[in-house]
Design a protein around this ligand. Structure first.
Ligand SMILES: *Cc1c(COP(=O)(O)O)cnc(C)c1O
Length: 414
């Protein structure tokens, strides 16, 4: 890929002809902020406020308990799941919106273990997102004969032995943005009788995902990152239709029952994807997520992919041209097919630099030990934004401004 730098005028010209330009106004972003952290928390779609207002006043306020039927609240996990399915190459009846990514990982890991002879290995990669690793160990602690094996990336293939029940992997890595070959790994796992649980937290809404074409068995993902569903939005889970009858959720809550409102004493799992539900859905969060997904459904996703590619390349090129010699080391793969939609640099003073950048209204984030992360989100970012973000970084470096930011407070959210 060739690095293409731009002048401010050129960046503006690209914005003027951007087919996605109108979507920027569909988000409520504060003035004076360049938001490069949609990979951590997407901004609110303007439709979310009026939608929640109506839900609170009309559906909750007027409809009261009747809204479970009259407003079809009860159908929302499947309905929103079905919409998310269309973004990730799944059938509508293979996805539900429910719980958190963490809880969904637990449910699907445990479900995949059932009925397999010991030893049952959960294979995963070192350096995966912490909750994924913690939950692998949590599942192992609750099920006899389950062990966790975390290996280096280049050892995954050799570690796929017959005792592996589940391979738990992120599709796009949360720090480096490195993207794995979903179809190839899924196939290799299947060859030894294992299933892969793909974590799509940094993929959904970021890169094209086709679970069906890739032969994927199980996946989970996050609602509040690139999908813009709101802080703590419900997550989603996917189970391929062919596997649904054989898999049981370990969290046998009543919403996963075949007939919750029969109030029977005995648990009988629902027949389809609904068996992976647990308790009453959080309707306000779920309907905010739905507003965000509805916006996604309007978007030409090829245009998103093309713009993401251009924004990313512009960022990389401007960083080289304007912040070269400042010790920023690109740790994301350059090739489009090998990465997600954020760009990460390591720098020894990364924490202070990011704080100085945020103080100037350019919001990215910092990840231990030394990583600056910038989310490239084509729905509301423009070329001028990326251009200005790099200029702000340059000023911080040349002026030494970052040295004046206070050191890190332990335990704070980064
Ligand atoms: C963000 C993220 C999560 C988040 O899990 P929560 O249960 O929503 O806190 C999980 N896995 C990965 C890979 C993530 O990036």
């Amino acid at each position: 890929m060739t690095a293409v730098t731009m002048t401010l005028a050129q960046a503006r010209a690209w914005d003027d002809t951007d087919p996605l330009r109108s979507f920027r106004d569909r988000f409520a972003l504060p003035a004076g902020v360049i938001y490069l952290d949609g990979n951590s928390l997407g901004p609110p779609p303007r439709s979310a406020g009026p939608s929640l207002d109506r839900v609170i006043r009309v559906e909750w306020g007027q409809g009261l308990v009747r809204s479970w039927n009259d407003a079809n609240w009860i159908g929302a996990p499947a309905r929103v799941g079905g919409k998310i399915a269309s973004l990730i190459g799944a059938a509508a009846d293979e996805v539900v919106a429910a719980d958190s990514t963490s809880v969904n990982i637990f449910k699907l890991l445990a479900a995949a273990m059932a009925g397999r002879p010991a030893p049952r290995v959960i294979l995963t990669a070192k350096g995966e997102f912490p909750t994924d690793l913690y939950l692998a160990h949590g599942v192992a602690a609750t099920l006899p004969g389950v062990v966790v094996r975390a290996v280096e990336d280049d050892e995954i293939e050799a570690s796929l032995t017959a005792d592996v029940a589940v391979l738990l992997l992120s599709h796009v890595h949360y720090k480096t943005a490195a993207r794995r070959d979903m179809a190839a790994i899924t196939q290799r796992a299947r060859a030894v009788g294992a299933v892969v649980l793909w974590d799509l937290s940094h993929s959904a809404g970021a890169v094209e995902v086709d679970l069906t074409a890739s032969g994927v068995d199980m996946a989970v993902g996050c609602g509040y990152k690139f999908l813009n569903g709101g802080p703590g939005a419900p997550a989603f889970l996917f189970v391929a239709r062919r596997l649904q009858p054989t898999l049981r959720s370990p969290l046998t809550g009543w919403m996963g029952h075949v007939d919750p409102f029969a109030f029977r004493d005995d648990y009988e799992a629902a027949s389809g994807i609904a068996r992976f539900l647990c308790g009453t859905p959080p309707m306000l969060s779920l309907l905010a997520l739905e507003a965000a997904i509805d916006l996604w459904l309007e978007v030409d996703r090829q245009a998103v992919a093309q713009k993401a590619e251009r924004l990313w390349s512009l960022m990389a090129a401007q960083m080289e041209a304007r912040c070269g010699g400042q010790d920023f080391k690109l740790i994301s793969p350059r090739e489009t097919a090998l990465r997600g939609s954020h760009i990460a640099y390591s720098h020894a003073n990364g924490f202070q630099i990011m704080q100085a950048l945020i103080a100037r209204g350019v919001i990215g984030d910092f990840r231990d030990p030394d990583i600056l992360r910038f989310g490239i989100t084509p729905l509301y970012l423009g070329y001028e934004d990326v251009w200005r973000a790099v200029e702000a970084l340059r000023e911080i470096m040349l002026s030494g401004d970052w040295r004046r930011t206070p050191p890190r407070v332990a335990g704070a959210v980064t």
